[in-house]
Design a protein around this ligand. Structure first.
Ligand code: ATP
Ligand code: F6P
Ligand code: MG
Length: 539
């Protein structure tokens, strides 16, 4: 919990939260869709019809549901208070109420690492450029006037405004760790993602600015905590200076690994009291479990996550680092598929992009390229065969345009493939290869209808993931890496850092990993994609 006074909460205007009935217009068809609560984080499931806006049920991530009685004149205030509690960020003083705070050693005017601490810590007393612990960022910024507005998330029938404030990220004036007593460790887990090295680099540089000398990298993800053959990598500005110039992770990545208690045993043995964890949903679940275990053992440790996933499937954030770069690279593959298809007689280019549960890369790359005729994502059901199927439309495209480009997200069409129940080392389901499947079905179909086609299949998956971050991701990584260190020094733990409505915020880990963020088929963005491709519904 934050140690300072609670944020200012007002509840007079109206803004929406959870979604209800949404009018969807798709290819000339209008239909009233009652959406299920997309977000337990949004915290409210909506009632079955617009006229029954009387009670909304708050879903607490698998825990018991809290019901919000909309007839209670104070329901908004109650909701806001509950929200504030849910998004409060764990602090070292929750466990160590007497933990001493000292003036920050992160001098906002200093350009080089602090050298001497004799006689007290340097601090800039004249210019106050620190973040106040009570600064907040607004999570939702659109005031929907009706539940029928595109993307509306409403609690009541008026789409009443409910304020949802989260903690602003950045350097604090008071810190809870003495730099000379810090041993900081950085770890990268899960799959690769452009920008990992940029984040590592900025964590190290910022730690050094605070005055930390003992910084290590744990090799190959959580595995590095248990595998005796893997040794810590000492890190310094000198070591990380140019690592952002190449993709991958200086430290290596892995899936699977030791149990949480083994990891915390190892942290105790090594004397690690700051842990920076770069990874996706799974890694963050691990980081939160490590944070909880450290608290249980009364260890004064800060565990801070930096969300890493090219899939962009972390809740609440504008985007995760590496996503922009992935879209840019994916565009190149789409362009090649287009050139191949366009240059062939009856050419069909198929590109498979990453996205296990979420089709963000496929959607954005399709939009960015403007060369895609059919975009298939896991969130939107479709048929391949039949009168409304993908193949029928493909035939129409060949007849009318002479060529076509299909972009598929890896998680799309899994219901059309045989299930194997295979899992990777982290317990993630290993998906069937839908890209290969649609390629084969396309060839078969056109043979059956006796139409010659030239199918070219491109799977650029690992080429996309391995590139270095582009400029925009490079900047995002810089800010996230620096803020991760500020969060740890400020005494927060069990938190992660993200960009929210263009500002930077700290969030409690469970709120961002409650479930994977996915493309909303009713969103303006998906509709823009449909407008761009011109594809019909394949159902
Ligand atoms: N629920 C969990 N509790 C503790 N640790 C977990 C949990 N889920 C996954 N992990 C650990 O986190 C690490 C990374 O998980 P995973 O392979 O799912 O990647 P990820 O972080 O989700 O990233 P990506 O987006 O690349 O899939 C693994 O070492 C795994 O053992
Ligand atoms: O082949 P790997 O390393 O297991 O990674 C594949 C997975 O990585 C992701 O990009 C997530 O990082 C998923 O979309 C994909 O399923
Ligand atoms: Mg994952």
């Amino acid at each position: 919990m934050d140690t300072l006074s609670p944020p200012i909460i007002t509840s007079t205007l109206s803004i929406p939260y959870s979604n209800s009935s949404v009018l969807v217009r798709s290819h000339g068809l209008s239909s009233l869709i009652l959406r299920k609560p997309r977000s337990p984080a949004a915290n409210l499931s909506l009632i079955s019809s617009r006229s029954s806006f009387t009670r909304a049920s708050a879903v607490e991530h698998g825990k018991s549901s809290v019901s919000i009685d909309l007839s209670d004149p104070n329901w908004k205030r109650k909701y806001e208070r509950e929200f504030e509690e849910r998004f409060s960020i764990p602090h070292i003083t929750d466990v160590f109420p007497d933990a001493e705070a000292i003036r920050s050693t992160f001098c906002l005017k200093m350009r080089s690492p602090t050298e001497e601490f004799v006689g007290g810590y340097p601090s800039d007393e004249e210019w106050h450029g620190y973040i106040n612990n009570n600064d907040r960022v607004l999570l939702k910024v659109i005031s929907y006037s009706s539940p029928t507005s595109a993307g509306a998330e409403c609690i009541d029938s008026d789409c009443s405004w409910v304020e949802q404030w989260i903690h602003r990220a950045g350097p604090r004036e008071k810190i809870y760790f003495r730099p000379e007593q810090v041993k900081a460790a950085i770890i990268t887990c899960g799959g690769l993602c452009p920008g990992l090295n940029d984040v590592i680099r900025h964590i190290v540089i910022t730690l050094e600015i605070y005055g930390v000398k003992n910084i290590v990298g744990i090799p190959f993800g959580y595995k590095g905590f248990s595998d005796k053959d893997l040794t810590e990598m000492p890190l310094s500005r000198k070591v990380v200076q140019n690592i952002h110039l190449s993709g991958g992770s200086l430290l290596g990545v892995s899936r699977g690994g030791p149990s949480v208690s083994e990891i915390v045993d190892s942290m105790e043995e090594r004397g690690i009291n700051m842990l920076f964890v770069l990874g996706g949903n799974g890694t963050h679940a691990g980081a939160n479990a490590i944070h909880n275990e450290c608290r249980k053992r009364k260890m004064k440790v800060a565990v801070v996550g930096v969300p890493k996933t090219i899939d962009n499937d972390i809740l609440h954030m504008d985007k995760t680092f590496g996503f922009d770069t992935a879209v840019e690279e994916a565009q190149r593959a789409i362009n090649s598929a287009y050139i191949e298809a366009h240059s062939a007689y009856h050419g069909i280019g198929i590109v498979k992009l990453m996205g296990r549960n979420s089709g963000f890369i496929a959607m954005q790359a399709s939009l960015a390229s403007g060369q895609v005729d059919i975009c298939l994502i896991p969130e939107v059901p479709f048929n391949i065969h039949g009168p409304n199927g993908v193949l029928k439309h493909l035939k129409y495209l060949i007849e009318t345009k002479g060529s076509a480009v299909i972009c598929v997200a890896e998680g799309a069409g899994q219901n059309l493939l045989e299930k194997t129940n295979a899992k990777d080392a982290s317990g993630n389901t290993i998906l069937g290869d839908f890209g290969v499947h649609i390629q084969q079905e396309t060839k078969k179909y056109f043979k059956e209808v006796s139409m010659p086609v030239d199918v070219k299949y491109i799977d650029p998956t690992y080429m996309i993931r391995a590139v270095r971050a582009n400029a925009s991701d490079g900047i995002l990584c810089t800010v996230l890496g620096q803020n991760a260190v500020h969060g740890a020094f400020a005494g927060y733990s069990g938190i992660t850092v993200g960009i929210i409505n263009t500002h930077y915020a700290y969030l409690p880990i469970p709120e961002v990993i409650a479930y994977p963020k996915s493309v909303d088929p009713n969103s303006r963005m998906w509709h823009r994609c449909l407008t761009s491709t011109g594809q019909p519904d394949f159902i």
